[in-house]
Design a protein around this ligand. Sequence first.
Ligand code: 0FV
Ligand code: MN
Ligand code: MN
Ligand code: MN
Ligand code: MN
Length: 551
Amino acid sequence: MSLALTSPPPTSSTCDFNYFQSLSSEYTDERYLRRASELKVEVKKMLVQEKEVASSVEELLELIDELQRLGISYHFEDEINQILGCLYKQKYAGGKNNSEGKERDLYSTALAFRLLRQHGFTVSQEVFDCFKNDKGEFDLSLAHDTKGLLQLYEASFLSTPGEKTLDLGREFATNFLQKNPNQKIDENLSLLVRHALEFPTHWRAQRPNARWFIDAYERRSDVNSVVLELAKLDFNIVQATHQEELKHLSRWWKQTCIAEKLPFARDRLVEAYTWSSGYLPRPEQAYARMMSTKLNALTTVLDDIYDIYGTLEELQLFTDAVQRWDTEAIERLPEYMQIFYLAAYNLVNEMSYDVLTKHGILAIQHMKKQWADVCALFLQEANYYSKGYTPTLEEYINNACISITIPLMLCHAYFLDTNQIDMEAVQALSTYHDIVRYSGTIARLSDDLATSADEMERGDTPKSVECYMNESGASREEAREYIKFVIDETWKKMNAQVVAVDNSPFSKDFVSMAADLGRIGQYMYQHGDGHGVQGSHIKDRTSSLLFQPIL
Ligand code: 0FV
Ligand code: MN
Ligand code: MN
Ligand code: MN
Ligand code: MN
C-alpha cells in the first residue's frame, strides 16, 4: 500500500510516535529496486555514449547538471568525474581558459565553470573575460540572453574571496534577471529564474531541492523519460528507508523519556532528522544519519536547558560535570539534568564503542571535548546575558560558529562515517579547522536571521544582528543585510576550501559534508525558524520530503 496522507503529520511526541510506527511504503518492495537498477544502467549508457559521440559537450554537461539537481548523481559519480576530468584536461588544465577557437557562449561557459569548480577543479574566473567590454563591464548585448544570464548567476556563487569578475557577473545577471527583460521566455525558464533568485542552486540542500526540481523537470517539453522515472523512483525508495529509520528513532526517543521529563524543551526529532539527512543523505550512511539525529535531538534540548530553563548555578555545575565526563559528577545535579546527562553520556559512549570496535581508535576524548566546549560556550552566552554584555560581531562569530553545534556534528559524523580515520583530520576537528568554522558560520548566521527577533523578545544573549547593530549603529534592516553579506563572504571561503582540498587534512567527501551542513542550515532557516517553530509551511515541507512519495 502506498502511504495515503489523510492528515498532515501531527506534532506532539506521542502522536508522532504512533504516526511513525504506522508508516509503510510500497517502495521497499524488491520490484522497485530492480526497476531502479535497470534505469541506472540506461543512464550510465547515456553518459558514456554521449561522451563517445561527443555530439556536444554542452548536452553532456546539461545531463550532469540535471542528474545533480534531480538528486541522483550519486549513482554516477565515477562517470561524472571522468567526464569532467577529460573536459578539464582538454580545455582548462595548465592555465588554459578555453578561450581559443570559435566564439563561445555564456550559457555553456558558465555551466562548465560551475560544474568543474563544484567538483574541485581549478578554473579561472578569466573564462568570463571575453564577455566583458573595453571598460571591463559585462557586455549589454547579453542582457536578453536569459538562459546565459541564469547560468552566469548560478556560476557566480562558486566564487572565492576577491574574484571581482564573478562579483560583477552576479550583479549584472541579477539585475537583468530581476527585470525579466520584456522578451518572451518560456514558463519553465521563468520558473527556474525565480527559484534561483530566491536561492542559488549552489546553496540548496540536495534532497529538498530534488523534490522541487523533479516537479519542474517533469513539466518541460524536452524531458528525458528514463531520467525522470529514475529520479522519482530513487526519491521514493530513499524516502522509504528514511521512514524505517524514523520508526527506529522514534522508539529510541520515546525510551529516553526526554520529552516527558524535560517538558520545557523543544521536542524536535523530525527536524533533527531533516538536518542529518541533509549532510548524510546517502542510503549507505544510515548508521551515521541515525546517530547524528539522536545527537541533534539532544543538543536542541541542551540549548534550551541553557537558554531557557537552567539557573546559572545549575548550569555551572552541569558544565563542570560534562567537563569531567564521569557519573560521580552528576550526583549534585537536579533530576532533569541527570536525565539529560545520562542520555548524552550513553549515546556518546555507544558511538565511541562502535568506533573502537570498527576502527580500533578511541574517539571518546575527542567527542567529549566537543561537548565540553559547546557547554562552556553555552554557559558563556548565559553569563553574557545576565551581565548584559554585547560582544563585537567578530568576537561573537568566533564563538557562535561553534555554539551552533555544527562543529560538534561534523566531528561526530567524521568518526561515524569515515572508512579510515586520519589522526591529522581528528586534530584539525578538535582545533576547529576553518572548514568547520565556515560551515558553522553559515548555519549560525542563518539561524540568527530567523530566530534572533524572538530570542530578544524572550530574553537571550545578543546574536549577530544585535552585535552588529550595537557596534556600527546600523538599523535592524541594515544589520540583517550586512549579515547576509557575511554569509555570502563565508560561502566564498568555503568554496576556496573545496578547490584546495588536496592541501587539506580532509577528504573531498568530508569537505562536501561540511558544505552540505551549511546548506541544510540555510534550508532550515530559509523561511523563518524551521528548526524550533512547527508552523504549517514547515510541516508541508517536511511532509513532502519525508512522508509523501512522488507520484
Ligand atoms: C538552534 O536553536 C539549536 F537548536 C541549537 C543551536 C542546538 C542544536 C542545533 C541544531 C540541531 C542545529 P536556537 O535558535 O535556539 O539556537 P541558539 O544557539 O540561537 O540558542
Ligand atoms: Mn515539548
Ligand atoms: Mn536557543
Ligand atoms: Mn543558545
Ligand atoms: Mn537562535
